[in-house]
Design a protein around this ligand. Structure first.
Ligand code: 13P
Ligand code: SF4
Length: 307
């Protein structure tokens, strides 16, 4: 039987020989982050996708993330390490549904959270991630915004930008949205000295109770730059674990044990090894038309993501 270290060494050797770059979302397991060339939140991964040198990119994350890499690097071979890894929020809305909604709101700018399919992005105006949403929506030259699919991130943006009229639909991340104000009360009672940091995919009632709300990367940066010693982490459970490795002098408590995304947990080191040695993974194939139309929406995000 191979040890974790032996599998990691095989992956590292093969990826060097075959000119492969491995990208991993920060929610992935520690042993996968260790062999990745680049780790980060959805925005950081999108930016990285535009400048990868390697001819093949393996994404350890969920399907929309691999599609985003393909849209931004269409000439590269892009492999999703675990083909079954989807995103429950991205699967809540499709192109046909939003085409109908657009007919009701013809003068609204359609803002798509990056957690959407490539096909849906083709009919949206601007993409956002959790770390770019406030800047991008603020800089859109239209006060009327249709924000899809995450009604919680959308409500958080609406609360911060009252000058915008933001229409929301019924989508959400079921994992983040499962956390309640009661969970916050219990966690605060158990850890009265801890700072509460949450992801804006949580319901607005929870986000408003937090000391800080931000993307995965923003939560991690907050911890790195803080002189506080205890933190309650209101995003996927993996982040409290990664932070505990990185900051052993600080203590991290998960806000709720419901914060576990089974899709993000699907990818194993063996999946990555199979993707690297051509016996697993799935190559992402998108038509030229889908790539061109979806890219417009992501490019617009990059242009508008400034103060
Ligand atoms: P970020 O990577 O933007 O923090 O989003 C978290 C998430 O749920 C990814 O699916
Ligand atoms: Fe999708 Fe939520 Fe899982 Fe992120 S945490 S991949 S938004 S289901």
């Amino acid at each position: 039987m191979n040890t974790i270290r032996e599998i990691q060494d095989k992956i590292l050797k093969l990826k060097k020989e075959k000119d492969i770059c491995i990208l991993a979302h920060s929610y992935e397991a520690h042993e996968i982050l260790e062999i990745a060339d680049f780790t980060g939140d959805s925005y950081a991964l999108s930016v990285k996708a535009m400048s990868v040198d390697a001819k093949t990119v393996i994404m350890c994350g969920v399907r929309f993330m691999a599609e985003t890499v393909k849209i931004l690097s269409p000439d590269k071979t892009v492999i999703l390490a675990t083909p079954e890894a989807g995103c429950e929020m991205a699967d809540m809305m499709d192109r046909d549904m939003i085409l109908k909604v657009k007919e009701e709101y013809p003068d609204y700018t359609v803002v798509a959270y990056v957690n959407t399919t490539a096909s849906l992005k083709t009919i949206c105006d601007v993409c956002v991630t959790s770390s770019s949403a406030l800047n991008v929506v603020k800089n859109i030259d239209n006060d009327k915004i249709l924000f899809i699919p995450d009604s919680n991130l959308g409500a958080y943006v609406a609360e911060s930008l009252p000058e915008k009229e933001i229409k929301l639909l019924n989508g959400c991340c079921p994992i983040h949205a499962s956390v309640t104000a009661d969970d916050v009360k219990k966690a605060r009672a158990l850890h009265p000295e801890a700072k509460l940091l949450v992801h804006p995919e949580c319901i607005l009632e929870v986000t408003k109770l937090a000391d800080f709300a931000g993307s995965t990367a923003a939560i991690m940066d907050y911890v790195r730059n803080s002189s506080d010693k205890e933190f309650i982490i209101g995003t996927e459970l993996s982040i409290a674990e990664h932070l505990q490795y990185e900051c052993p002098d600080k203590v991290f408590y998960p806000l709720s044990d419901k914060l576990m995304c089974k899709n993000m947990r699907l990818t194993t080191l063996v999946d990555v090894l199979r993707a690297v040695n051509d016996t697993g993974g799935e190559e992402i194939v998108l038509s030229d038309e889908t790539i061109t139309d979806a890219k417009r929406c992501i490019d617009r995000m990059m242009e508008l993501n400034h103060e």
